[in-house]
Every structure is written in C-alpha cells, then in structure tokens.
Design a protein around this ligand. Structure first.
Ligand code: SME
Length: 153
C-alpha cells in the first residue's frame, strides 16, 4: 500500500521528537520528506537571520540560492507575508528564483513562533502543480512541530 500523508507526518513527528537538537530535527524532517514523498524533488529549510534567509539542511541538487533577501524570490515573499505560498507553474511567476532547470512547481511554508518567522520549509517538484491542500497541511504541520522543537532546551 502506498504511504499516506498521515504516515509521512507520523514519520516526521517521530524523527523530530527523537532528534537530540533543533538542527538535527531540521535535518531529519528534510530526510523523511525527501525519502517518502516521490514528487518532492528538492526539500530544504531556510533559517531567517536578520533580513536574510540562509539555507540550512537540504536534499536534492545543490542550490545557487544559499542566501535570499526578504524581497527576493518565492522564499522571500513567504517570509515577508508569513503565509504559505504555492506556485503551480514557476515559469509563470516573476518572483521565482531558479534552483534547477527541471523545477516546475514550488511550495514554501513559513516556520513561525508566535508572530516571528524562524525560517521556512521549501519544496520543489519537477511536476507542474504538484502541491495541493494535503501538501500544505502536511508541511504546515511539520513547520509547527519544528517551531515547537526550536523552543526546547
Ligand atoms: N525557488 C526559490 C529559491 C530557492 S531554490 O528553489 C532552492 C525562490 O524563488 O525563492
């Protein structure tokens, strides 16, 4: 039987809970998502430092965008608006910063602690319109789990 979104969330939750630290939790979350979601071609987490998003753990091809300002890209837009952004066709979005030529769609989910942006989960797909409400729910749940972990000693 195929892995369900609930199964994936259960796996990510366990990985985050067992992680010894917040950085380790981010790494494990990225690993589980990349391994279990076939349409997720690139999975990474950016951390907000001052006015800049800095690339942390990721799986997929190396990205040229390791530092992104808040007024740049889909990533900057999601951090500025503090809202999840889904782009069905990256070629049709002028904000898009290309990471890989194969990428067709993208979702960026802010990791929030209260009103503060800690960072964001960024997922690219080689398929157009790969991300729907179930992906949004999954990744927003993962973002909540990560935010909670970040506050632990
Ligand atoms: N596409 C992103 C840049 C990051 S790479 O996809 C890894 C953006 O437009 O902000």
């Amino acid at each position: 039987m195929a892995v369900t979104y609930d199964d994936v969330l259960t796996g990510v939750r366990a990985a985050i809970e067992h992680a010894a630290s917040y950085p380790e939790a981010m790494l494990q979350a990225v690993n589980v998502l990349k391994e279990q979601m076939p349409d997720y071609s690139w999975v990474g987490i950016y951390m907000l430092e001052g006015e800049e998003l800095i690339l942390g753990p990721y799986r997929g091809k190396p990205s040229p965008h390791t530092h992104i300002l808040l007024n740049q890209g889909i990533c900057g837009a999601a951090a500025s608006t503090k809202e999840t952004i889904i782009v069905d066709d990256v070629d049709a979005d002028a904000r898009y910063l290309a990471c890989s030529l194969e990428t067709r769609s993208e979702i960026v989910v802010p990791i929030m602690r209260g009103a503060d942006v800690l960072g964001e989960i960024d997922v690219d797909s080689d398929k157009k319109a790969a991300f729907g409400p179930a992906d949004r729910d999954l990744l927003e749940a993962v973002a909540t789990l990560l935010a909670r972990k970040s506050g632990q000693p």
